[in-house]
Design a protein around this ligand. Structure first.
Ligand SMILES: *Cc1c(COP(=O)(O)O)cnc(C)c1O
Length: 314
């Protein structure tokens, strides 16, 4: 994988990778099953550009700067971690940013959308009818905004995968038998599956409701990047009703995990990830002696969409 040199402008970002500590999780269940679980806390690298988003964005930013673009245009929803990370990162790098939001402009903007405006992101709402799918509107947007480098939703691109693969440079990973992460677009999962060592199995916990199997959108994205087709497994049973859906059971679980392990999670991705991984431990999926690295991909800002008091932390 080619290593690109980031310009000083981008390197001056306040992302502090030394804060991505590894937190061991201790519990009766793990002890009983003789399994070690460590969490790589990417949520701590930056309060705004949190988790996997910096990794997925960095080569896009670099490309935009290299091509002398005025800014970055990208896509997201009302509570999008990607949008807020992009807005902040662009602001820091001296780039303009445009966020394309699906749907009519709401009367009251979400906290996340108000925040991106503070970083000078310009918002453009596109009706659901016109925004049937991204690939259909990208060519028109590129004509409308020739000065902007377009980053697909969730930074799902080869550049995004290349950046995500570097997540595993933050830890000594040799001793782990398994590496796991949440999967939305699958860009991070593809990066991990590409960077994992030959003896490691990568596990993706899918946070949306998808038909299991080879041909869904998630697996289709991941497969071409995986070091080999058998080094990763995706679980589809932990979506809790679908993307950004939740149940009381999930919320209770997140509160418990916070209380027991001082580990904050978000309800869209990392809460489901931890639930899924501990359930797989409970049901005997992992051999005794397994050592699992769980990537905490951040995203805590999205919890602001929950009514106050839902979570005991925040
Ligand atoms: C965006 C995001 C993901 C999903 O990453 P993909 O690369 O799209 O699969 C997972 N976790 C968190 C916290 C995120 O913000």
């Amino acid at each position: 994988m080619v290593k690109l040199i980031l310009t000083n402008k981008v390197l001056n970002q306040p992302v502090d990778l030394s804060k991505a500590v590894i937190q061991p999780i201790f519990s009766d269940l793990l002890r009983e099953k003789d399994i070690a679980m460590d969490v790589l806390r990417l949520d701590r690298v930056h309060p705004v550009i949190s988790g996997n988003k910096w990794f997925k964005l960095k080569y896009h930013l670099q490309e935009a700067l290299k091509q002398n673009k005025k800014g970055i245009l990208t896509f997201g929803g009302a509570w999008s971690n990607h949008l807020v990370a992009t807005a902040f990162a662009c602001h820091q790098a001296g780039l303009a940013s445009i966020g394309i939001i699906r749907g009519e402009k709401p009367v009251v903007l979400s906290d996340t959308l108000r925040e991106v405006q503070q970083y000078n992101m310009q918002l453009q709402f596109i009706s659901r009818a016109a925004y049937s799918n991204e690939s259909a509107i990208i060519p028109a947007l590129q004509i409308e905004y020739p000065e902007y480098f377009i980053v697909p939703q969730g930074a799902q691109s080869a550049l995004g995968v290349q950046g995500a693969a570097e997540i595993l440079q933050l830890a000594q990973i040799e001793s782990y038998s398994h590496i796991s992460c949440a999967a939305g677009t699958g860009t991070m999962l593809a990066g991990l599956a590409c960077a994992a060592l030959p003896h490691q199995q990568v596990i993706g916990i899918c946070s949306l409701k998808l038909p299991p199997g080879e041909h869904n959108s998630l697996n289709t994205l991941v497969q071409p990047y995986a070091a080999n087709k058998k080094n990763y497994t995706i679980f589809y049973d932990y979506h809790f009703g679908g993307y950004a859906r939740k149940t009381d059971e999930l919320i209770r679980f997140m509160n418990t995990i916070y209380q027991q392990h001082d580990l904050p999670t978000d309800f869209v991705y990392t809460g489901k990830l931890l639930f899924g991984m501990l359930n797989l431990v409970k049901t005997g999926y992992f051999q005794p002696g397994s050592r699992i690295l769980v990537v905490h991909s951040g995203g805590l800002q999205g919890n602001r969409s929950l009514p106050a008091g839902t979570l005991t932390f925040l």
